[in-house]
Design a binder for this molecule. Structure first.
Ligand SMILES: NC(=O)c1ccc[n+]([C@@H]2O[C@H](COP(=O)([O-])OP(=O)(O)OC[C@H]3O[C@@H](n4cnc5c(N)ncnc54)[C@H](O)[C@@H]3O)[C@@H](O)[C@H]2O)c1
Ligand SMILES: O=C(O)[C@H](O)COP(=O)(O)O
Length: 628
């Protein structure tokens, strides 16, 4: 039995109501514009929700429009950019099912036809109203004999088509539901990608947050992709809205949560989640990973990834991505600012001024010019700080565990002790690996110069806070800036507690080294793009725990993604299976790290289902997925 798909235009095939758009074009510059647009929107909603007869809604809206034929050109241009994302994604569906797809709309053919024929809809499968113009090209009405200008018009058109097969209706409005109500459709899908009308969803057989969902539900999706709306994304810790926007536009179901979650809360919340987005606060522990039943990727919307059990993720084939340099500059600027504020004792002076105390004195205040700056950890942040600090006249020294190129005139030191005893100002930019726990203790402070300035913008557990307090009280440390703490509140609603509160010339900041609007927006864009690349193509560039593979675009092939423990012979076993099934390999890419192997095989379109099961059954397989 053939399947026929009846698709609505406004707010379904396109993201907008074309009449609203036409109003904003035809009324451009008119003082009535805002009021008329609001009225048109109200009439559209009433017509769509079934609160007023469709015909009256259409008539009233047209009268308000003051439209002219000349407005259609910009309208069509604008509508071309407004085709719904899931329709754009599934052009193959329109090509393969052209004879079974109809667009039936109560809108107007003049602008619908150019949009939907571009997608591949056949011209004689488009049914819509037609505008009537006067000699000057002004819209003066519509063809009143067209059944689609009447209530129940869609049902009448479908009846006249006399389709021999099952009929599936996809639309956002009450008028689409009416087709099912008239007994003419097997199923009505309430399409909610652009607008969700509760009254319509209630009556629908199935809610379709995207076209992918319909194709999947209809089991014709094996030729197309898994519905993205079934992929759940959980974004914690107030990740920038840009991330929500990008992931939502990709079609994922995205939930955002403003704070961090503790282990037990996350173990609960992670169920069903495929993509998790966190920042520095949320601990993604082994227990969390064990509770995750669908997790494919974790995005750290920050630089540090010490809060994530990368090995546990690897073991379960979960790729982790971060933003390795999106907030680097912000941290460097805060370090520079802190150095100047501390060496001049500005914060205490400012607090005193706010209390009405005038204390003009040069005592203990110095210039940064010529001072020795010691950077511990000469990575992205340390190295950038080195360049900026040198340009301001500081004499830069650094120590790193790894061999690092000295930038400018910076001097590399061979031991931490040498750095501690050389520097007037010491700043920490190491990563948060467990070995760095309490890297700086009383012993390290004792090796520093008297009256040293000390800064920690890296990770809280790197410094023993009690020892730092003693060093400040004993005047070993003349001033310090701390942005990161061994224990940080989960959200802005929790209080902050620390032994450092109230000490002189101590700048305390709430882990905001990377919290600038620029950095957060950059991160909000960078991380989702890496994750989407991974989900859509298998590319793992920038993953912090997966072998990095940059893959070519998939063309006319299926991509089989196989993640396995790095033991000998897996690829041979895979290729043996391909040979047994006479499968032509179009491309094959392999990369391993110590623990896992990542093999991508692009094969010709046709393959038997048993092949997939056999590939999954290969011993040491961790995860397997197919991209279409
Ligand atoms: N305060 C904030 O808001 C904020 C913002 C961004 C990053 N950070 C922290 O800063 C860290 C550094 O960032 P990055 O982008 O420069 O990272 P990075 O990985 O580029 O650099 C870290 C460097 O530290 C070195 N290192 C590690 N342990 C060391 C040790 N014990 N002694 C000497 N060198 C050591 C590494 O070899 C590496 O070169 C991040 O891991 C993160 O924890 C904090
Ligand atoms: O690792 C980082 O980038 C910083 O610690 C910033 O983390 P945040 O995004 O939680 O502020």
């Amino acid at each position: 039995m053939d399947k026929y798909f009846i698709i609505d235009f406004d707010s379904t095939l396109t993201r907008v109501e074309a009449m609203d758009l036409l109003a904003s074009i035809s009324l451009q510059g008119s003082p009535k514009k805002a009021a008329v647009e609001a009225k048109i929107k109200e009439l559209t909603d009433k017509g769509m929700n079934g609160e007023m007869s469709f015909r009256s809604s259409l008539k009233d809206r047209l009268l308000l429009l003051e439209a002219n034929k000349s407005h259609l050109v910009p309208l069509i241009d604008a509508l071309k950019g407004q085709v719904s994302a899931s329709f754009k994604r599934n052009k193959d569906f329109f090509r393969s099912y052209a004879n079974q797809i109809y667009v039936i709309s109560n809108g107007f053919k003049e602008y619908i036809e150019p949009i939907v024929t571009d997608l591949g809809v056949l011209p004689d499968h488009i049914f819509a109203n037609q505008l009537v113009f006067n000699e000057d090209g002004d819209v003066i009405g519509f063809d009143e004999d067209n059944p689609l200008s009447k209530d129940g018009g869609k049902a009448e058109v479908i009846k006249s088509l006399d389709l021999d097969g099952d009929i599936y209706v996809i639309g956002d409005g009450h008028n689409d539901y009416e087709i099912k109500a008239a007994g003419l459709a097997n199923k009505f899908y309430a399409f909610t990608e652009n607008v969700k009308r509760e009254q319509v969803v209630e009556k629908a057989d199935h809610e379709a947050p995207s076209l992918d969902e319909v194709l999947f539900e209809q089991k014709i999706a094996s030729a197309f992709s898994y519905p993205k709306n079934r992929i759940k994304v959980l974004l914690l810790e107030n990740v920038h809205p840009k991330a929500f926007e990008l992931l939502k536009n990709e079609g994922f179901s995205v939930e955002v949560y403003p704070a961090g979650l503790d282990e037990d809360e996350l173990c609960e919340k992670i169920k069903g989640v495929s993509i998790l987005g966190i920042r520095s606060k949320t601990q993604v522990t082994k227990k969390v990973i064990e509770s995750a039943d669908r997790l494919m990727a974790v995005g750290a919307f920050c630089i540090g990834t010490n809060q994530i059990d990368l090995e546990a993720c690897q073991e379960k084939g979960i790729a982790v991505f971060n933003a390795p340099f999106s907030n680097t500059r912000s941290v460097v600027e805060l370090a520079i600012g802190s150095i100047i504020m501390l060496i001049r004792n500005i914060f205490d002076k400012s607090v005193a001024m706010h209390q009405g105390k005038w204390d003009k004195s040069a005592k203990g205040s110095k210039e940064i010019r010529g001072k020795k700056l010691g950077i511990i950890g000469y990575g992205n942040i340390g190295a950038q700080l080195s360049v900026l600090a040198e340009s301001m006249g500081l004499d830069v020294y650094y120590y790193d565990l790894e061999e690092k190129l000295a930038l400018g005139n910076a001097t590399k030191l061979d031991s931490l002790d040498e750095l501690l005893s050389t520097s007037d100002i010491i700043t920490l930019h190491v990563d948060g690996r467990p070995e760095n726990k309490e890297l700086i203790t009383a012993e390290a402070f004792s090796k520093m110069k008297d009256q040293v300035i000390f800064i920690n913008l890296s990770r809280g557990h790197v410094v023993n806070i009690g020892d730092l307090k003693n060093a400040i009280e004993s005047k070993k440390v003349a001033g310090c800036a701390v942005d990161v703490f061994p224990k940080e509140p989960k959200s802005n609603d929790e209080p902050f507690e620390s032994e450092l509160i109230g000490l002189p010339n101590v700048i305390l900041t709430p882990h905001i080294g990377g919290s600038t609007e620029e950095a957060q927006e950059n991160i909000g864009e960078f991380v989702p793009n890496r994750i989407m690349e991974y989900i859509n193509t298998g590319t793992t560039t920038n993953s912090v725990n997966f072998p990095n593979l940059q893959l070519p675009k998939l063309q006319n092939a299926h991509r089989l993604i196989h993640i396995h423990h790095n033991v000998p012979g897996i690829i041979a076993k895979m290729n043996q299976l391909f040979a047994e099934h006479e499968i032509n390999i179009v491309g094959q890419y392999l990369k391993t790290n110590e623990k896992i192997g990542y093999v991508i095989t692009d094969i010709n379109k046709a393959y038997p289902q048993e092949l997939i099961q056999s590939l999954k059954n290969i011993q040491h397989t961790i995860k397997f997925r197919v991209l279409y």
